[in-house]
Design a protein around this ligand. Structure first.
Ligand code: TYD
Length: 211
């Protein structure tokens, strides 16, 4: 089973990922936790280019191609082999991030983007996508506090630095995707306390495993 976690900055995906992994392993499942960008050795080299707040001159098109390179490598070298080995793959962001951020956020043509994603994904689509949804004001405040705390504000804060309207468009993009592909989407109320968020995410995954 291929499960992706999506949402705006500060939605709490990265906090929940290890907990969800522990719970799944406790059920006796073999789990691979990964993320985009940066889920493969090549991706680890691309990630700093994509997230560095000092990279202000990156055009939306260059940004898009870098995310696609990251995904094409990640799908073929990491995700597909893990699924073939019978693992559950839990991935922090995947193709829907490109639709939400580069499509709805930056305004790249959605049809062109879908064709590129198709090539990068090699026919692979998530079985379940958890959308961690919350107000962008709340998410951004959380993400900025985290960056200040870890000292990663400059190195990883390129998107956090964008204006609120950008993040509102990204959120609307996700909600639109969730409407269009309701069969694989489940919306988690990410504004709640971490334990409540975990319970809701866990219940959605448990239902998908049972189905
Ligand atoms: P990350 O630090 O992983 O963000 P978060 O902790 O919020 O998940 O950084 C990933 C950033 O890259 C995030 O701001 C969203 C952006 N992104 C895109 O714009 N397009 C994409 O296709 C992907 C995978 C990520």
């Amino acid at each position: 089973m291929f499960i992706t976690l999506e949402g705006i900055e500060g939605a709490g995906k990265s906090t929940q990922l290890p907990r969800l992994c522990c719970w799944l392993e406790g059920l006796g499942l073999s789990v691979l936790v990964s993320r985009e960008p940066g889920g493969s050795p090549l991706g680890c080299q691309l990630r700093p280019l994509l997230l560095d707040a000092r990279n202000r001159d990156l055009t939306p098109e260059s940004e898009l191609f870098l995310y696609m390179a990251d995904r094409a490598q990640h799908v073929r070298r990491v995700i597909m082999p893990a699924l073939a080995a019978g693992k559950v793959v839990l991935c922090d962001r995947f193709a829907d991030s490109t639709v939400a951020y580069q499509g709805f956020g930056r305004g790249v043509d959605l049809e062109q983007l879908a064709a590129m994603n198709q090539l990068a994904q090699a026919g692979l689509s998530p079985d379940l996508t958890l959308l961690f949804d919350l107000e962008p004001e709340v998410g951004l405040a959380r993400a900025r506090a985290r960056n200040a705390h870890t000292g990663l504000g400059e190195a990883e804060g390129r998107f956090e630095a964008l204006e609120l309207d950008f993040h509102r468009r990204v959120r609307q993009g996700y909600l639109e995707l969730a409407r269009r592909q309701a069969w694989r989407y489940r919306i988690v109320d990410a504004a709640r306390e971490p334990d409540a968020v975990f319970e809701q995410a866990r219940a959605f995954i448990a239902a998908a495993l049972a189905g």
